[in-house]
Design a protein around this ligand. Structure first.
Ligand code: ADP
Ligand code: MG
Length: 617
C-alpha cells in the first residue's frame, strides 16, 4: 500500500498496515472525520487531494502529516486509484510555532525592540516599537535608523556601526522622532550580533521622558536650595553690618539734630549740618533695607486683608506709574486673611511697583491681583498636592522689559542692580525677599526678556478677622512735666544722645549702662521713676527682666523698649508678642519723643496684659 518511508512515518511494520481502515485508525481522533470526508470528496470528484492532519503513533506521540494525492478515474468516471505523498512536517511545524511564539513574546515586551543591519535598515520591530513611535510595523520596516533618530545621519552611520562592532554592547541616551514629530528622549541598549553570517544590531529602547522630567525637577530644587543658602549667608553678613551701623547712625542723626537747633542763627552752618543729617537718614534707610533682607527687622505683624492694603495704595501707585502706564487690579472678593506687618506689605508693593515702572519707560500695563491659593509644603514647584497649605497670593506683574536668566538668578541679592550708578541701590528686591521670608511666606519670580515680569507672593493664610487699623498716634504735644525717665542703654553714644533729647523735652533723666546698674540707680533715687526706657538685648540682664524687677514695687511704671535687633528671640517673645511698647533703632529724636509721649498717654495697665482703652470725646 505504500513506500518504506510511509511505514516509517506511521511507525508501523508493513504487515500490520493493510487497508484504509487500518490507516484511518492511525489518524488523530479529532481529524479523522474531516479527513474521511475529504478523501471521499476527492475520490468522487477526481480533484487532487491536499491536506494537513495529525496522526498518533503506537507510542502515543503525534505527528503532523502533509498529504497530497492525485486520483485516477476510468473512462466512466469511477476512481481507480489514488497515488500521493505523505510528508512528516512535524519538525517544520514546531519551528514555525517557535517563531510565532518568539514574535508573541517580543510583541508583549514593554521595551521597544528594533533590529537593524549594517546599512541602518530596520529589519525587525515589535509592537512596543510601533506604540512608542506611532508608526505601523510596515512603515518602520521601510525606514532606516536616521529616519527615526535625529541624532544620526546616513553619513555618520558607518562610524556608529564600527563602534557597535568594537564594543559589542552599549547603553546610551539619545532621541527618537515619533510619527507626529514629537522628540522623545530614550535610553538605548544596543547589541552587535552576527547571525548566519550576517551582521545585525539589536536595540532595546525605553522612553525616559518621565525620568528626564524628574531629573530636571531635582536639578531645579537643588538650584533653589543653593540660591537660598547663598542668600542666607549674604543675609547674615548684611544683618551684622546693618546692626552695627544702626547704633552709629542713631548717634549721627541725633547729634546733627541737636546741632541743627543750636545753629539756627548761622544759616551756613545750619545748611551743612542739615546735609549731615540727610546723609545719616539716607544711610539709615539703607540699613533698614539691609535689615529687612537679613530678616532682622522689627516686624509688628497683625491680621491683614491684603485687598485693603492694595486699595489703600491705589492712589499712590497711580501717581507713581504716571500717564503711560495702565494700572489694573483684580482683587478676589473672598480673599483670606494673612498675618504680616502692614507697613512692610505696603513697602513690598511700592518696591515692586517702582521696579515695574522702571521696566516700562515707554508705558505698558501694571497688574495687581489677589487670590486664595494652595501651596504644597514639600513641592517647590508650588503645585498643590497632598500637603497643600492654604495661602493668600499676591501677584504683581508688568509688561515691561523683562529679565534674562542671568539677571533673574541674582534679583534678590542685595546690591544687585542693572540700573545706572545712583539710579538703583539693588536693595529693593533684597528687602522684599527678606520681609516675605520673615513673615513665613514665599516669593517666586518669572520673567523673559521682552515679555514682562511676574512676582508671586504667597503669604500664609490665617482664619482670624482683620485687626482694626491702628489708631493714628496721638499728636498732642505735651511737655515732659515732672516725669522721670530711667534710661538704660549700653552703647554710650546712644545713651548720651537719648538723654540730651529727653532732657531738652523737659524730662528728668536717670542713666544706667546695664540692668544691675539700673536697679542700683532706681534704689538710690529720691524721686519716683515714671518710665523705664531700655535697650532689650544687654549682657547679664535683658530689658524685659529688668522691667519685671523694677515693676515689683512700682505698679504704675511705664516701659518703653528700644532695639535695633528685631529677630532676636527676646525681642520677639518678650516684647513684640506681648504687645509691649517698642521703638526700633535707629530713630529720629522726634520719633522717640513722640513715642515716649504716646506711652505716657496710655492709661496705666493693671496687670501686664490688659489692653489699653481710651474714651474719645
Ligand atoms: P534696583 O531697583 O535698585 O536696581 P532691585 O532689588 O529692586 O534693585 O532690583 C534689582 C534688579 O532686578 C533691577 O536692577 C532690575 O535689573 C531687575 N528687576 C527688578 N524688577 C524688575 C522688573 N519688574 N522688570 C525688569 N527687571 C526688574
Ligand atoms: Mg528697585
Amino acid at each position: 500500500m505504500g513506500s518504506e518511508e510511509f511505514y516509517r512515518i506511521f511507525g508501523l511494520p508493513q504487515e500490520e498496515f493493510i487497508n484504509y481502515e487500518q490507516y484511518m485508525r492511525c489518524v488523530h481522533l479529532d481529524d479523522r472525520e474531516a479527513l474521511g470526508r475529504d478523501v471521499e470528496a476527492a475520490l468522487s470528484s477526481g480533484e487532487p487531494f491536499d491536506r494537513l492532519y495529525r496522526i498518533v503513533l503506537p507510542d502515543g506521540s503525534e505527528r503532523v502529516i502533509h498529504s497530497r494525492s492525485e486520483v485516477t478515474l476510468d473512462e466512466t468516471g469511477k476512481p481507480i486509484r489514488m497515488i500521493g505523498t505523505a510528508q512528516d512536517i512535524s519538525a517544520r511545524r514546531r519551528a514555525e510555532e517557535a517563531l510565532q511564539f518568539t514574535q508573541f513574546v517580543s510583541d508583549h515586551s514593554p521595551v521597544a525592540v528594533y533590529w537593524m543591519d549594517s546599512e541602518a535598515r530596520i529589519t525587525y520591530v515589535n509592537d512596543a516599537a510601533t506604540r512608542a513611535t506611532g508608526y505601523s510595523r510596515e512603515e518602520l520596516l521601510s525606514m532606516s535608523v536616521p529616519d527615526l533618530n535625529p541624532d544620526y545621519s546616513p553619513e555618520t552611520w558607518p562610524e556608529v556601526w564600527k563602534k557597535r562592532k568594537e564594543h559589542g554592547s552599549q547603553t546610551f541616551e539619545t532621541h527618537h522622532r515619533a510619527k507626529d514629530g514629537r522628540i522623545v528622549p530614550v535610553e538605548v541598549t544596543a547589541y552587535y550580533l552576527e547571525f548566519q553570517g550576517k551582521e545585525y544590531n539589536c536595540s532595546l529602547v525605553q522612553d525616559i521622558t518621565e525620568r528626564k522630567r524628574a531629573e530636571e525637577a531635582l536639578r531645579q530644587k537643588e538650584e533653589q536650595l543653593r540660591e537660598t543658602q547663598k542668600l542666607e549667608a549674604v543675609g547674615t553678613l548684611a544683618g551684622g553690618v546693618a546692626h552695627e551701623f544702626n547704633n552709629l547712625l542713631t548717634g549721627i542723626i541725633g547729634y546733627s539734630e541737636l546741632l541743627l537747633k543750636k545753629s539756627k542763627r548761622d544759616p551756613l552752618l545750619s545748611k551743612r549740618v542739615e546735609e549731615i543729617k540727610k546723609a545719616g537718614e539716607k544711610a539709615a534707610s539703607l540699613t533698614s533695607q539691609l535689615l529687612a533682607f537679613s530678616r532682622k527687622q522689627v516686624l509688628q505683624p497683625q491680621v491683614l486683608d491684603l485687598n485693603e492694603i492694595v486699595t489703600e495704595l491705589n492712589e499712590t501707585l497711580r501717581g507713581l506709574m504716571g500717564e503711560d502706564i495702565v494700572m489694573m487690579t483684580s482683587l478676589s472678593p473672598g480673599l483670606g486673611r494673612t498675618k504680616a506687618d502692614a507697613d512692610q506689605m505696603r513697602q513690598i508693593i511700592l518696591s515692586l511697583a517702582s521696579n515695574a515702572r522702571s521696566a516700562m519707560p515707554r508705558g505698558g500695563k501694571f497688574i495687581l491681583a489677589t487670590e486664595n491659593a494652595e501651596l504644597s509644603e514639600d513641592d517647590e514647584s508650588g503645585i498643590a498636592g497632598a500637603h497643600a497649605v492654604r495661602h493668600v497670593l499676591l501677584t504683581v506683574s508688568d509688561t515691561g522689559s523683562g529679565m534674562n536668566a542671568e539677571t533673574l538668578s541674582h534679583v534678590f541679592e542685595p546690591f544687585f542692580t542693572t540700573k545706572e550708578v545712583g539710579a538703583g541701590t539693588g536693595l529693593g528686591l533684597a528687602s522684599v525677599y527678606g520681609i516675605v521670608q520673615q513673615s513665613g511666606g514665599r516669593i517666586q519670580v518669572s520673567s523673559e526678556p521682552g515679555r514682562g515680569t511676574k512676582f508671586q507672593i504667597y503669604m500664609p493664610r490665617v482664619d482670624k478677622p482683620a485687626s482694626p487699623p491702628k489708631r493714628a498716634a496721638a499728636r498732642k504735644q505735651r511737655s515732659g512735666g515732672a516725669k522721670t525717665v530711667l534710661l538704660v542703654e549700653d552703647t554710650i553714644q546712644v545713651r548720651q544722645m537719648v538723654r540730651l533729647f529727653l532732657q531738652r523735652a523737659g524730662y528728668t533723666v536717670l542713666e544706667a549702662s546695664n540692668g544691675f546698674e539700673a536697679l542700683q540707680v532706681a534704689k538710690q533715687s529720691k524721686q519716683p521713676i515714671h518710665m523705664l526706657l531700655t535697650d532689650v538685648i544687654m549682657p547679664e540682664m535683658n530689658g524685659p527682666d529688668l522691667a519685671a524687677r523694677l515693676a515689683e514695687d512700682r505698679k504704675n511704671l511705664k516701659v518703653l523698649y528700644m532695639s535695633g535687633y528685631s529677630n532676636h528671640p527676646v525681642v520677639q517673645e518678650s516684647v513684640l508678642k506681648s504687645g509691649a511698647s517698642f521703638i526700633a533703632k535707629p530713630f529720629a529724636p522726634e520719633a522717640l519723643l513722640q513715642k515716649v509721649r504716646e506711652v505716657f498717654d496710655t492709661p496705666a495697665k493693671v496687670g501686664s496684659q490688659r489692653k489699653p482703652h481710651r474714651v474719645r470725646t
